[in-house]
Design a protein around this ligand. Structure first.
Ligand code: C2E
Ligand code: CA
Ligand code: CA
Ligand code: CA
Length: 279
């Protein structure tokens, strides 16, 4: 698997430095990894705070490399976005998320919603409507079982086309959620302009909201605003009971975090869901 890297080393310029070399190496590895089908979807449960029930999941990409083990998305997603490989990764994630949603909805009494992270590149260059239509049709997944998590920054660029595209996606019945809410920009006009149904509060606010008074104020304000606008809310990065209880008090709808489940392979989460449905 290393021949490609060796063959390309003739192009290495000393001034590129170690970081550029590492990026270049990762680029080549991503290409090889996609060919070898080393990328796959893991899933992390979303829990309804008032009942403790698993009502949905988020698909998180994992790169299972034969020599390097599991490589974090934080490491390869930014590079895949630059090189365009995110389109192929995104399609694969969408397909696996739809397949998983179909499996979960066979065992879940309530509609089970699976969320996929979507990069700006996928919406701008990705023929997203075609991909979505194809995935839903091929897997038998209902539009209402699928959710797209997009980041705030995406809504500030490409505004006109983006409103139209997201309207079309929302009209199919697919849920659209703002991910990492609070970390991007404070311009909130987009909340009324885009067909957003849910805010996912970033884990940097959630993690120590019980020990940091300022963070608690921010979370309280975000939840009050979201409730006032009729938006659903998810808190990510919930690691302890105290935070979970406080969030439930503040009328946050859903939580996601190590307190309940770590991201796992689909079989493992599915068996958890079966257990809770049987209980
Ligand atoms: P994200 O979308 O904000 O996902 C949440 C991250 O927090 C995940 O990291 C998850 O494993 C982690 N997490 C969940 N609960 C807890 C907790 O209680 N404590 C802590 N400390 N962490 C928790 P992960 O899986 O490493 O993903 C990192 C980021 O990579 C994601 O952040 C997302 O921006 C990106 N990413 C992952 N998969 C995809 C994908 O398929 N497509 C795109 N475009 N981006 C992806
Ligand atoms: Ca996310
Ligand atoms: Ca997030
Ligand atoms: Ca994040």
């Amino acid at each position: 698997a290393k021949e490609a890297g060796g063959g390309c080393s003739a192009h290495y310029l000393p001034e590129m430095g170690a970081k550029a070399e590492k990026v270049f190496e990762l680029e080549t590895m991503i290409k090889e990894g996609l060919l070898a089908k080393q990328f796959t979807a893991y899933f992390q449960a979303k829990v309804e705070l008032s009942t403790g029930k698993i009502t949905g999941a988020e698909a998180l990409c994992r790169w299972i490399h034969p020599e390097k083990g599991i490589i974090s998305p934080a490491e390869f997603i930014p590079i895949a976005e630059k090189t365009g490989h995110i389109l192929e990764i995104g399609d694969m994630m969408m397909k696996q998320a739809c397949q998983f949603a179909v499996e979960c909805n066979k065992v879940s009494k309530e509609p089970f919603v699976v969320a996929v992270n979507v990069s700006a590149k996928q919406l701008v260059y990705g023929r997203m409507l075609t991909t979505l239509g194809k995935c839903l049709q091929e897997t038998g997944c209902r539009a209402s079982w699928l959710e797209l998590e997009i980041t705030e920054s995406l809504l500030l660029s490409e505004t006109d086309d983006m409103v139209e595209l997201l309207e079309r996606i929302a009209n199919l019945g697919i849920l659209i959620t703002i991910d990492d809410f609070g970390t991007g920009y404070s311009a909130m006009s987009y909340l009324s302009r885009f067909p957003i149904k849910c805010l996912k509060i970033d884990q940097s606010f959630i993690r120590d909201m019980c020990s940091d008074g300022q963070k608690r104020v921010l979370v309280t304000a975000i939840l009050a605003m979201a409730n006032g606008l009729g938006l659903k809310t998810v808190a990510e990065g919930v690691e302890d009971e105290q935070v979970s209880a406080e969030l439930a008090n503040l009328k946050c709808d859903f939580g996601q975090g190590y307190l309940w489940h770590r991201p796992s392979c689909p079989e493992e989460l599915l068996s958890q869901i079966k257990l809770t449905e049987a209980a």
